[in-house]
Design a protein around this ligand. Structure first.
Ligand code: FES
Length: 162
């Protein structure tokens, strides 16, 4: 809201806030979506969940400020770094990112929580256990990239473009 006045001056922006008397609600915004329009949402988790419950996942893009809680038990696995020609063991209590950095592999990263997308890495082979909040569910199912700061192997051989 620090830029509220600047946003009001832009014809492409509709500014709304819950405490404004005539502000349309979430349902009104989503009902006004047409064709293949996408909803881009960032903000508190309850709001993101409310939007996700109202529109198909293919029409929603979210940005989260907190990590998604991982489901399941972490186990150790091996990861092949194709460009580096190395295979590393990722212990149950560490991430692929941690292990790669410790091994001297150059990897870009920022949040280390699966929320920013900086560490997105191409998958050459294998299936990831996706735990990020960057990829859409469809992108996670496509299994072509993964966020190595939080996501792990879902079992079997995992080879990455590192
Ligand atoms: S460093 Fe941000 S998603 Fe991995």
């Amino acid at each position: 809201m620090a830029f509220a006045q600047r946003l009001r001056d832009d014809d492409h922006v509709t500014l709304s806030a819950r405490d404004l008397p005539d502000a349309p609600g979430l349902d009104a915004y989503l009902a006004a979506m047409t064709g293949n329009e996408l909803a881009y949402c960032c903000g508190p988790a309850p709001m993101l969940e409310a939007v996700a419950a109202r529109i198909p996942e293919t029409r929603l893009r979210t940005e989260r400020f907190t990590a998604v809680k991982p489901v399941g038990t972490d186990t150790s696995f091996e990861v092949e770094l194709v460009r580096s020609g190395r295979t590393l063991t990722v212990p149950e209590n560490r991430s692929i990112l941690d292990v790669a950095l410790e091994a001297g592999v150059h990897v870009l990263y920022s949040c280390t929580e699966g929320t920013c997308g900086t560490c997105e890495t191409d998958i050459h082979q294998g299936e990831a256990d996706h735990r990020d909040s960057v990829l859409t569910p469809a992108e996670q199912r496509a299994n072509t990239t993964m966020m190595i700061c939080v996501s792990r192997s879902s079992g079997g051989h995992l080879a990455l473009d590192l």
